[in-house]
Design a binder for this molecule. Structure first.
Ligand SMILES: *[C@@H]1O[C@H](CO)[C@@H](O)[C@H](O)[C@H]1NC(C)=O
Ligand SMILES: *[C@@H]1O[C@H](CO)[C@@H](O)[C@H](O)[C@H]1NC(C)=O
Ligand SMILES: *[C@@H]1O[C@H](CO)[C@@H](O)[C@H](O)[C@H]1NC(C)=O
Ligand SMILES: *[C@@H]1O[C@H](CO)[C@@H](O)[C@H](O)[C@H]1NC(C)=O
Ligand SMILES: *[C@@H]1O[C@H](CO)[C@@H](O)[C@H](O)[C@H]1NC(C)=O
Ligand SMILES: *[C@@H]1O[C@H](CO)[C@@H](O)[C@H](O)[C@H]1NC(C)=O
Ligand SMILES: *[C@@H]1O[C@H](CO)[C@@H](O)[C@H](O)[C@H]1NC(C)=O
Length: 393
């Protein structure tokens, strides 16, 4: 059990030593292309095995769209090509010094990370965001369950990804969107402070340019928009998020809020069917919809002559020893109590590329004969039903 942990610590220690000796990460500053009263900077951390310079086309598109005097810093030359927690703090402070040196006056610094870059940027923001950043952007990445809840993140944070992302799938982002829905229901302005936005037709790789690493191509889906369109979509959302986070009153702020407000509605529409399906076995009643439906099928009493409830048992052991029951003692229609156990692929580290839907749903039901015997109800159809029939229904 403890071997991998020791190995991991050793790797981190080696990275820290090597990083402090070499100081490998290099900030490449792209100066602003316009003058404006609001000045800001966006530091971009690349995906694993992608050069920081591959984000140049996205960077110039963001500068073009943003109404701010916007500096961009591309962080490149990571150890072995992988952004990591040891080099990131050095990279961010080197970038900040480089900006000051080249004449940036404000401290409106935003940090974006793509894919593995985002995985590193999220916990960095949790730790140092309050002091060093005005906001964090996760491109094709997400805050894991090991991090803080969205509402407790110290600075504004945006999740931005494509619906054709095959690596960080929208089934995982759906959970984060659900967190956002809950905070929006309490305070509408959560849609500006912690937006979760899905762009249609965009895949995982499209934040960058140039060759895509084989590992990324392996999982990713085929994009349905051109790179130029993808940069536009990403830039519009990024610029709007920077503007709402800085909250300088004016027309720009109103426009930016309108963009994030419509993104929230559009993303809501994308997630609606997914979240409805998820609620079949993850809901506040802790009741499995499949289990109820299967039991109704099994009884062959399709017209409300019985009532069926279901309880999801989290522990497999409890499920194995549990028994379904029929209650004919209470007044009204007989009540059949069923039980379910929902099994997922174990994913304690909350890693991407794990399937998110259940591996299986096991249901304990009463047989047709037992229901008939206990309730004396006559079924309309007399043929037996099999598990295969139920699964097909
Ligand atoms: C911004 O203003 C400064 C000082 O007036 C000027 O030197 C610089 O060229 C301007 N930059 C742009 C992009 O217009
Ligand atoms: C909603 O959140 C915003 C930004 O975090 C805050 O300024 C505002 O006071 C909150 N409104 C309410 C009613 O809590
Ligand atoms: C977002 O837009 C809708 C519809 O236009 C509006 O009712 C709502 O108040 C807006 N929300 C915020 C937080 O501005
Ligand atoms: C980006 O925003 C601009 C200005 O609102 C708009 O004209 C353009 O269509 C947007 N681009 C995309 C790809 O949505
Ligand atoms: C039928 O019901 C009787 C009593 O109501 C019970 O003793 C018997 O075991 C039941 N048979 C089946 C197959 O459930
Ligand atoms: C449904 O209910 C009606 C009357 O309550 C009954 O005649 C019928 O046999 C029941 N069963 C089915 C399967 O329709
Ligand atoms: C249904 O299954 C029961 C129990 O296995 C069996 O006794 C009965 O004959 C079957 N009925 C039909 C119509 O196949």
């Amino acid at each position: 059990m403890c071997r991998p942990a020791v190995l991991f610590l050793t790797v981190v220690a080696v990275v820290i030593v090597v990083a402090s000796v070499v100081g490998a990460v290099k900030p490449v500053v792209i100066p602003p292309t316009r003058n404006a009263t609001t000045e800001a900077a966006l530091i971009i951390v690349p995906a694993g095995k992608i050069s920081g310079l591959a984000y140049k086309p996205l960077a110039t598109t963001i500068q073009h769209v943003s109404s701010a005097k916007l500096w961009i810093v591309l962080l490149t030359d990571w150890l072995a090509g992988f952004p990591n927690p040891a080099e990131l703090p050095i990279g961010v402070s080197d970038a900040t010094s480089a900006l000051k040196k080249q004449g940036m006056l404000s401290d409106n610094v935003f940090l974006a990370g793509h894919s593995l870059g985002g995985e590193n940027v999220a916990p960095y923001g949790t730790k140092h965001g309050k002091k060093r950043l005005k906001g964090v952007l996760l491109y094709g990445a997400y805050m894991t369950r090991l991090d803080v809840p969205l509402t407790d993140y110290p600075v504004p944070v945006m999740h931005l990804s494509g619906d054709l992302d095959g690596r960080v799938r929208i089934t995982r982002i759906a959970d984060t969107f659900q967190e956002l829905q809950q905070s929006v229901s309490k305070n509408q302005s959560a849609m500006y402070r912690t937006p979760v936005v899905i762009m249609r037709g965009v895949n995982h790789a499209q934040f960058a340019s140039g060759p895509v690493p084989a590992k990324m191509t392996f999982y990713d889906l085929k994009a349905e928009v051109s790179s130029a369109t993808a940069y536009q979509l990403i830039a519009n959302q990024t610029a709007a998020f920077i503007t709402t986070s800085l909250a300088v009153p004016g027309e720009d702020l109103t426009n930016a809020k309108n963009i994030l407000n419509s993104s929230y509605s559009e993303t809501n529409a994308i997630f609606e069917p997914l979240l409805r399906l998820k609620a079949f076995d993850v809901n506040t009643h802790n009741s499995d919809v499949w289990g109820v439906s299967a039991q109704v099928q099994m009884s062959r009493l399709s017209n409300y002559s019985i009532r069926v409830t279901n309880q999801i048992l989290t522990s497999e052991k409890d499920f194995v020893t549990s028994k379904p029951s029929i209650d004919t003692t209470s007044p009204g229609t007989p009540l059949v109590r069923t039980l379910s156990h929902v099994r997922y692929v174990p994913n304690p580290g909350d890693l991407p590329t794990f399937t998110h839907s259940p591996m299986y749903v096991a249901v304990k039901m009463k047989s047709f004969a037992a229901i008939h015997n206990a309730t004396h109800l006559q079924p309309g159809i007399s043929t037996n039903i099999t598990c295969k029939d139920i699964n097909e229904v």
